[in-house]
Design a protein around this ligand. Structure first.
Ligand code: NAD
Length: 429
C-alpha cells in the first residue's frame, strides 16, 4: 500500500490528494498556513470542492514537511507561473523539490504534476532531489511526470474521469506510477514513452489552444475595422466540415496564457526563436488594449467625453462561473480604460472583492470606483462591458441592462452571449 504525500494543495493538488485519501493514507503538505487551516476545517480555499469532498478521507493537512517522511509516493503540484518578463518562475517548483529531497528515502517515488517545459523534471528538478536527499535518482529513488488536465469550474470532467498521461524514469517506475494512479483514475491512463514526451504533451495542449484563439482574435481585429461581424463569419465558415469554431476573446488564467511561455523559454535556451507561438501570445495579450480603444472610440462617437464617462465592467474572473482572478485579462482591460480617464465600476458575483482590490492595487495607481456583487440599479453607466459570461449575467434581460444605462448605451459583449438584435447599440469581438 502506498503512503502518498501531495505537495502544493491548490486547484490541482487538493482534489488529487482527497481522491487518493479515499483509498490510501495521504499527507497533504502546503507552505500556506491560512490555506492549511481552512482545509483542516473541510474548506477548499479555491472554492472548487464542497465539504463532502473532505468527508471520510484518510488525510493529514500540514505545513510541516517532516510529516511527509512516512510517505513513499510523493506528488508535487505547486504553481508554475511567469515573472514580469514572462520568463518561467520555477522558484516554487525548486523549493518544493528541496522540501521533498530532505525527507526522501530509498525506494521512494516522486511524481511531478506541475506544468513545465520538456526537460524540466530530469534536468532541473531531479538534481535538487538528489542534492538534498543524498540519494541517486534512478537507483535509490524513482521519478516521473504526470500532467494534470482539470479545468477550473468544470464539475463534469473532474480528476478521476479525465484520461491521465503518466511517465516514469524506467519501466519499473512507470509500472509503479501507473498502478498508483490507475487505482483512482477511472478514465484510464496513457503511458507516455518517456518523461519529456509527457511534459511536452501538456505544454502543447495549451499552446495549441492559445494559438487557435489568437488567430480568431486577429481576424476579429481585421473584421472589426471592415465592419464585418466576426461571429457571423465563424458561423458561416463553421458550416465546412473541417473548420474549427474557435472563438475570439480575452485569454487569461494561469494555464493557456502562461504555458506557451514555458515552451518559448526552453526553445530559446536551445537556440530556437519560436515565431508562431510568440505571435499568438502577442496577439492575445493585445486584446484588452484593443477593446479599451474601441470603448473609448465609441464614447467619443456618441459625444461623450471618456474622461467624464462611467463604465460598468461585468465580470473580473479569468473565466465564467469561477472565483479565480489570477492572471485575468479583465484587469488589463480596466487599466487601459482608466488610462483614457474612464471611471470604472466592476460587478462580479463570484470574485472576492478584497482579493480584487488587492490585485488591482498591485497593477494600477488608480483605484476601481467600486467592486460589488450587484450592478447597482440606481446608477447609470455610459457603457457596459460584459467581460465574463457568468451564468448570472446570461440570465439578465434587455430591460435589466436598460435600467443601468444612460440613453442608448453600447453593450460591449466580449463573449458574444447576447442576441445583438435586442440592443440598439451592440458590439462584440
Ligand atoms: N489550476 C488548474 O486548473 C490547472 C490545470 C492543469 C495544470 N495546472 C498546473 O498545476 C500546477 C499547480 O497549479 P494550481 O492551479 O493547483 O496552483 P495553486 O496556486 O492553486 O496552488 C498551488 C499551491 O501550492 C502551494 N505552494 C506554493 N509553493 C509551495 C512550496 N514550495 N511547497 C508547498 N506548497 C507550495 C500554494 O500555497 C498553493 O496552495 C501548475 O503548474 C499549473 O500550471 C493547473
Amino acid at each position: 500500500m502506498p503512503i502518498i504525500s501531495v505537495t502544493g494543495l491548490g486547484y490541482v493538488g487538493l482534489p488529487l490528494a482527497l481522491e487518493f485519501a479515499k483509498k490510501y493514507k495521504v499527507i497533504g503538505f502546503d507552505i500556506n498556513e491560512t490555506r492549511i487551516a481552512l482545509m483542516k476545517q473541510g474548506i477548499d480555499p479555491s472554492n472548487e470542492l464542497s465539504a463532502d469532498a473532505f468527508a471520510n478521507r484518510d488525510i493529514t493537512f500540514t505545513t510541516d514537511i517532516e510529516q511527509a517522511r512516512e510517505a513513499n509516493f510523493h506528488i508535487i503540484g505547486v504553481p508554475t507561473d511567469i515573472d514580469k518578463n514572462k520568463v518561467p518562475n520555477l522558484t516554487p517548483l525548486f523549493r518544493a523539490s528541496k522540501s521533498i529531497g530532505k525527507i526522501l528515502k530509498k525506494g521512494d517515488t516522486v511524481v511531478y504534476e506541475s506544468t513545465v517545459y520538456p526537460g524540466c523534471t530530469e534536468e532541473d528538478c531531479v538534481p535538487i532531489l538528489e542534492k538534498h536527499s543524498g540519494l541517486k535518482a534512478g537507483t535509490d529513488f524513482h521519478f516521473g511526470y504526470s500532467p494534470e488536465r482539470i479545468v477550473p469550474g468544470d464539475k463534469i470532467r473532474t480528476v478521476t474521469n479525465i484520461l491521465k498521461i503518466v511517465s516514469g524514469n524506467n519501466e519499473e517506475s512507470l509500472a509503479n506510477i501507473s498502478k498508483v494512479y490507475g487505482s483512482i483514475i477511472e478514465a484510464g491512463l496513457y503511458q507516455a514513452p518517456n518523461i519529456k514526451v509527457a511534459e511536452a504533451a501538456k505544454v502543447i495542449e495549451n499552446t495549441q489552444r492559445d494559438i487557435n484563439i489568437s488567430l480568431m482574435n486577429e481576424l476579429a481585429i481585421i473584421f472589426d475595422k471592415m465592419g464585418i461581424d466576426t461571429q457571423a463569419v465563424i458561423e458561416a465558415a463553421g458550416t465546412k466540415w473541417n473548420f474549427h469554431k474557435y472563438q475570439p476573446g480575452l485569454v487569461g488564467g494561469h494555464c493557456i496564457s502562461v504555458d506557451p511561455f514555458y515552451l518559448i523559454h526552453k526553445a530559446k535556451k536551445i537556440g530556437i526563436d519560436p515565431q508562431v507561438i510568440a505571435a499568438g501570445r502577442r496577439v492575445n495579450d493585445f486584446i484588452p488594449t484593443f477593446i479599451a480603444k474601441r470603448v473609448a472610440q465609441t464614447l467619443i462617437e456618441q459625444d461623450k467625453n471618456p474622461g467624464k464617462s462611467s463604465v460598468l465592467v461585468m465580470g473580473i474572473t479569468f473565466k465564467e462561473d469561477v472565483s479565480d482572478i489570477r492572471n485575468s485579462k479583465v484587469f488589463a482591460l480596466i487599466k487601459e480604460l482608466q488610462d483614457f480617464g474612464i471611471q470604472v465600476t466592476v460587478v462580479d458575483p463570484h470574485a472576492n472583492p478584497i482579493e480584487v482590490s488587492n490585485a488591482f492595487e498591485a497593477i494600477s495607481s488608480k483605484s476601481i470606483k467600486s467592486i460589488t456583487s450587484n450592478p447597482l440599479p440606481n446608477i447609470k453607466y455610459d457603457a457596459i462591458i460584459l467581460a465574463v459570461g457568468h451564468k448570472e449575467f446570461q440570465n439578465m434581460t434587455k430591460l435589466s441592462f436598460e435600467q443601468i444605462s444612460i440613453n442608448d448605451v453600447t453593450l460591449f459583449d466580449i463573449k458574444g452571449t447576447k442576441n445583438p438584435n435586442e440592443f440598439k447599440n451592440y458590439w462584440r469581438l
